[in-house]
Design a protein around this ligand. Sequence first.
Ligand SMILES: C[S@@+](CC[C@H](N)C(=O)[O-])C[C@H]1O[C@@H](n2cnc3c(N)ncnc32)[C@H](O)[C@@H]1O
Length: 173
Amino acid sequence: MSETSTSGLSRLEKTLFRLEAQHACLAYAFDAIAALPGPVVEFGLGLGRTFDHLRRHLPDREIFVFDRVNKAYPDCQPDPAHLLLGEIEETLPPLALGLAGRVVLANADLGSFDRESNRAVAAMCARLLPPLLAPGGLIMSDLPLALEGFETVKLPPGAREGRYYLYRRPVSS
Ligand SMILES: C[S@@+](CC[C@H](N)C(=O)[O-])C[C@H]1O[C@@H](n2cnc3c(N)ncnc32)[C@H](O)[C@@H]1O
């Protein structure tokens, strides 16, 4: 017998609601970071859909994009200087010092339907992302993250609970 989801949602609904929530969180984030200078980090280029959205709404920001492979649509390609290919654990450290405390928005869209892999990915994000964030900076994630010293931000309208997660580094902490 095939396994069914314990959440009661089909895979179609999980994908649909994740993208819907991601879109709503991005709209919230674009406003929230408008007055904060600093670069943006995207974990998970995938097909490049989120990257395309980021660059259209944040045309003046530096956007660093990470993935183990480049499978993005031809019209969603980051410039090579800002595309880091390989395992994030290996490609981020050389940039980490330069980005430390400066990133105003990090989007981690690395989840899959594999529970074990999600646990490892969430732990990696919780370890690697916090040192990068500027005061007031936001972390968005498709997986819940245990982030010490960050506050959980209430999801904006249009984002269903449990489909995306938003965190802010307090301005004074
Ligand atoms: C859900 S997709 C991202 C979708 C993307 N936001 C889009 O708009 O198409 C997740 C991506 O994360 C990448 N990924 C997952 N874990 C990774 C890791 N540890 N290092 C590098 N890339 C990783 C996968 O290769 C995959 O392309």
